[in-house]
Design a protein around this ligand. Structure first.
Ligand SMILES: Cc1cc2nc3c(=O)[nH]c(=O)nc-3n(C[C@H](O)[C@H](O)[C@H](O)COP(=O)(O)OP(=O)(O)OC[C@H]3O[C@@H](n4cnc5c(N)ncnc54)[C@H](O)[C@@H]3O)c2cc1C
Length: 471
């Protein structure tokens, strides 16, 4: 029986996660409708402001990284708790830094790419409910002209922390409150800070500071003695006072263009896939902003899911169910690890008893003194160190991030811009495809090592992870 659908994939929520996912699917020729509750206006207020190295690599694989880099400033060092120095120049990537740029710049580029690729946008439209059967998902929406129903082969909820998709699936969002009453402001400073990126605390307070590179700074502060609901007004004096107590100076901050108070929870959905419906980004996991992981993790979710949906919808996955299930098995542990690490940073920042402050001092000293531990911390925060478990049926190294190697045909991340697998072989080697590839490899880019000494054959997934490598 054939089933009619309005689109192949319905993506609910045009934040960074939904925009990247929808753009990837449309670029591969999949029909995508992106539903967004907001009217079509991109805000000029920012939530996320840190784009990590692995995210820049993913954007490079879509031809967007250099344009995004031009919108902000890069930081090569981070100083945490006065002792821990993270030297990002040691990361083995073209992007060995943190890019500080407002979230709306990331969204602007991703929205433009999605529109160019042919995504159908439906703004002012809200998902109210959904149901699915063996072949389709039906979404109940309310748009500018009233209720409407759209049917698709798959639906992805990228609708943020209060996800209506997650609720419609009946999934819980277990976890706990991470931190309350954080004040946040974008300000100008009369005095340059000695360290451009710093997190420090006095015991009852902590503050964080990072430059946007255009004279504006993001400040975040927390005061144990003033724990109030998000609705409680906040002014620049409160931000100044916390910063002074945490960092020893308020650096003459003035002219706030944005001030707010918020809280954050640590929560994760137990399942990222229920039948034909998926969750990604904040809809699937949420945690404190410590480590600047939220947007970055959502974008990596989208990059992991998009090529799997493309292969399943094109009929190129011999076991489409297993391939789609691997989204959960690969990304759920990453989300859980981010909850743990961002939670640990925030608890270190809030340390106030002599014992917990001594523990923080010891932990940061040890991390600083043991280079492999520092490297692991930088790998986790930047995303460069994230690897997936080896694909079933292969005993070869796989699931590792593929570095941006030089090939005869260009850089690997330039070749990944077609959205296909890339098979890298030594010169003159017979074309050998791994027998266990998860897709039929009808869409394959063949490449040759630029370095003739390299003799391995490596199959790289469209999201820049090594599927298999052999001699
Ligand atoms: C103060 C602060 C600082 C942060 N700093 C960082 C940082 O430095 N680095 C970092 O990586 N992350 C950071 N984050 C987190 C980051 O902002 C989020 O993780 C990111 O926005 C999540 O993207 P998303 O696309 O998954 O969800 P969202 O950006 O929340 O987008 C969801 C979209 O879905 C829409 N929507 C919701 N419900 C519906 C519905 N029923 N129907 C249709 N549309 C719907 C919403 O209008 C919204 O546009 C920070 C967050 C905060 C609050």
């Amino acid at each position: 029986m054939s089933t009619t659908t309005d689109t192949d994939v319905l993506v609910i929520g045009a934040g960074p996660t939904g925009l990247l996912l929808a753009g990837d699917l449309a670029a591969a020729g999949i029909g995508v409708t992106l539903v967004e509750r907001r009217p079509h206006t991109l805000g000029n207020l920012t939530r996320a402001f840190g784009v990590h190295a692995r995210t820049l690599e993913q954007l490079d694989a879509r031809g967007l990284a250099d344009e995004l880099l031009a919108t902000g400033t890069t930081l090569t060092h981070m100083r945490l708790f006065s002792r821990l120095d993270l030297d990002l120049t040691r990361l083995d990537t073209r992007f060995n830094h943190l890019l500080v740029t407002p979230q709306y710049e990331v969204e602007r580029l991703l929205e433009r790419r999605a529109a160019t690729a042919g995504v159908t946008f439906r703004y002012d439209t809200e998902l109210r409910g959904l149901h699915q059967d063996a072949d389709t998902v039906t979404a109940d929406l309310t748009g500018p002209d009233g209720p409407l129903t759209l049917r698709a082969r798959h639906l992805v909820g990228t609708d943020g922390v209060r996800s209506a998709v997650r609720s419609a699936l009946g999934l819980p969002f277990p976890g706990r409150a991470a931190i309350r009453s954080i004040v946040l402001a974008d300000v100008r400073l009369a005095k340059e800070p000695a360290e451009p990126f710093t997190v420090s605390g006095s015991g009852d307070t902590f503050a964080f500071l990072a430059p946007f590179g255009d004279g504006w700074y993001r400040v975040m502060g927390w005061d144990r003695t003033r724990q109030v609901p998000d609705s409680e007004p906040v002014d620049l004096d409160e931000v100044r006072d916390i910063t002074r107590r945490a960092l020893g100076t308020d650096l003459g901050m003035h002219d706030a263009r944005w001030i707010s108070r918020f809280h954050s929870d640590e929560r994760q959905a137990p399942a990222y896939r229920v039948g034909r419906v998926f969750l990604a980004g904040d809809a699937a996991h949420v945690h404190s902003p410590a480590g600047g992981q939220g947007m970055n993790t959502g974008l990596q979710d989208a990059a992991n899911l998009s090529w799997k949906l493309v292969a399943a919808l094109r009929g190129e996955a011999p076991d489409a169910e297993a391939l789609l299930d691997s989204y959960q098995s690969e990304r759920h542990p990453v989300g859980a690890a981010v909850l743990r690490s961002s939670g640990a940073i925030v608890r270190l920042a809030m340390a106030h008893t002599p014992l917990t402050r001594a523990a923080r001092s010891l932990a940061t000293r040890l991390l600083n003194a043991i280079p492999p531990a520092t490297s692991r911390a930088m790998g986790a925060i930047s995303g460069i160190g994230i690897a997936y478990a080896p694909a079933p049926g292969t005993h070869r190294p796989s699931g590792r991030r593929a570095p941006d190697v030089r090939l005869r045909e260009g850089r690997l991340y330039e070749l990944l811009r077609d959205g296909d697998f890339v098979l890298i072989s030594p010169e003159g080697a017979p074309p050998a495809l791994p027998p266990t590839a998860p897709v039929t490899l009808d869409h394959l880019t063949r490449a040759t090592w630029a370095d003739p000494a390299k003799r391995a054959t490596v199959l790289v997934r469209p999201d820049g992870y090594v599927f298999s490598a052999g001699r």
